[in-house]
Write a protein that binds this ligand. Structure first.
Ligand SMILES: Nc1ncnc2c1ncn2[C@@H]1O[C@H](COP(=O)(O)OP(=O)(O)OP(=O)(O)O)[C@@H](O)[C@H]1O
Ligand SMILES: [Mg+2]
Length: 453
């Protein structure tokens, strides 16, 4: 670049620019340089750089040489001697624009910058940076706060959702409990109704059976006396006696009365069991015989214990101890026996489907069975255990056994409330304990412990 070209370019730039030779000759400069020195541009013509600065010529030449032998900008410091006698410290940046040649020395452009202005600018920049840093900090803080608020909100939403879910679960349980209670109460009412209806005619038959028996015996005695008194009977009577096979009739009628008595007694027992089971009148605490409750529940389930085409008969083994009467809610306790016994029957049926009681097995002692044991633990507590020899319960199922709605049975078969309700009745209502023990493949045992009073 020639000094002329440089001037063309420097004219339009607002920064102070100088074009010097590596020997220090001032070749060109722009207006801002003249302003800095307090001179007119013409006054700068033909000057050497060291005429304008306080630094010695040697230092200046060294600096210019450094500029001319480097491709990078070289930073330096120049102290301008102003026309008004003042000095002005400048930062300079020098760069070679035309390297040294045989014909001419190197050409260097110097860009000057007032140090105080630069420093002020630097301070301003510092302030700006500080301000910005504060702003950034503030934003960060705001962001943190926002994030925290968000998190809190999320937690609150989650808590609300959990609370709602819990309420929903509780409502569902209450609803199903109500349905269950309603079903149990209608079942109880129906059973009580039937028991009542059957009871009257049966009592009637049972009461008269005794008299009928007595009258028949009287008539037979009379017949015997007749026969002795009149050994020669008319032919017509002889024929009739033969026709009705009188000897057999006399012998059989006694047996007949016996079996009628056994039959009606059985019906009376059943009716009594049905009444015991329903116990509609006993919503409050009563002193009862626990064995009666278990027996009447078994009576209701009797049809499920008998052999069918699919399942073998289920044997019930009762090992009853000497129990005192227990103060309890008898209807509810029966509901517990019902749930546990029904589960045991379900389990035995399932093990039948799984082929546990196949023909080979049924000849052995390993038959489906439910063992019910009762015993006194001490003065204040009694225990009832109900054990089946079904497929048992694995640990995973066992841990959820008493949870509401937990069932492994197909839809429509189990609601998963039987044991949950039983647990409430034993633990909450009676202050007792309900636990389960099982060995997988061998069966399950449910243990009920309740206080006598
Ligand atoms: N004697 C048992 N042997 C094996 N599993 C059992 C036995 N008793 C209970 N269970 C298991 O416990 C689960 C829960 O029993 P629970 O009585 O509470 O509900 P359920 O019988 O499935 O349905 P629900 O009694 O409401 O009709 C059953 O689905 C079953 O898997
Ligand atoms: Mg059940």
């Amino acid at each position: 670049m020639s000094p002329e070209q440089f001037l063309e370019l420097a004219k339009v730039l607002p920064e102070p620019l100088l074009l010097v030779s590596s020997k220090g000759e001032l070749l060109a400069s722009n207006q801002p340089v003249a302003d800095m020195l307090g001179l007119r541009r013409q006054e700068l013509r033909g000057k050497m750089l060291f005429d304008l600065v306080t630094e010695c010529a040697n230092d200046i030449i060294k600096y210019l040489q450094a500029c001319s032998s480097s491709r990078a900008m070289i930073l330096g410091s120049l102290t301008l001697r102003r026309n008004d006698g003042q000095t002005l410290i400048c930062r300079s940046q020098g760069a070679v624009i035309q390297p040294w040649s045989a014909e001419s020395s190197a050409l260097i452009v110097l860009r000057l910058e007032n140090r105080t202005v630069a420093s002020n600018n630097f301070l301003l920049l510092n302030d700006k940076i500080e301000e910005l840093a504060k702003e950034v900090q503030k934003r960060k803080q705001a962001e943190l706060e926002l994030q925290k608020a968000n998190e809190e909100l999320e937690i609150r939403v989650e808590e609300r959702t959990i609370a709602l879910q819990e309420t929903l679960n509780e409502l569902q349980i209450t609803q199903t409990q109500l349905i269950q209670a309603e079903k149990m109460s209608s079942l109880g009412q129906m059973i009580a109704g039937i028991a009542h209806e059957v009871n009257n005619p049966v009592s009637f038959i049972y009461g008269n059976l005794h008299h009928a028996h007595k009258y028949t015996q009287d008539l037979l005695k009379l017949l015997q006396i007749y026969q002795q008194a009149c050994p020669n009977l008319p032919l017509e009577l002889e024929k009739q006696i033969e026709e009705i096979d009188l000897d057999f009739l006399i012998e059989d009628i006694i047996k007949l009365f016996d079996s009628m008595r056994v039959g009606t007694e059985r019906i009376r027992e059943i009716v009594q069991s049905l009444r015991n089971f329903s116990r509609l009148d006993e919503a409050e605490l009563k002193q009862v015989n626990i064995h009666e409750g278990i027996d009447s529940t078994l009576m209701i389930l009797e049809h499920r214990l008998q052999a069918t085409q699919e399942y073998p008969e289920i044997h019930v083994i009762r090992k009853y101890g000497q129990l005192p009467n227990v103060t309890c809610y008898p209807g509810q306790l029966n509901q517990v026996f019902m749930n546990i016994l029904a589960n045991a029957i379900d389990a035995l049926e399932r093990s039948a489907i799984a082929g546990r009681w196949s023909a080979v097995n049924s000849t052995t002692i390993d038959n489906p069975q439910i063992e019910i044991r009762t015993e006194v633990i001490n003065q204040n507590w009694i225990m009832v255990t109900i054990a089946d020899n079904g497929l048992g319960i694995n640990e995973q199922v066992r841990s959820k056994l008493f949870d509401p709605f937990f069932t492994t049975k197909p839809v429509g078969k189990g609601t998963g409330l039987g044991l949950y309700v039983s647990y409430q009745i034993i633990v909450e209502k009676h202050g007792g304990k309900l636990s389960c023990f099982s060995t997988v493949g061998k069966g399950a045992e449910f243990m009920i412990k309740i206080p006598v009073k």
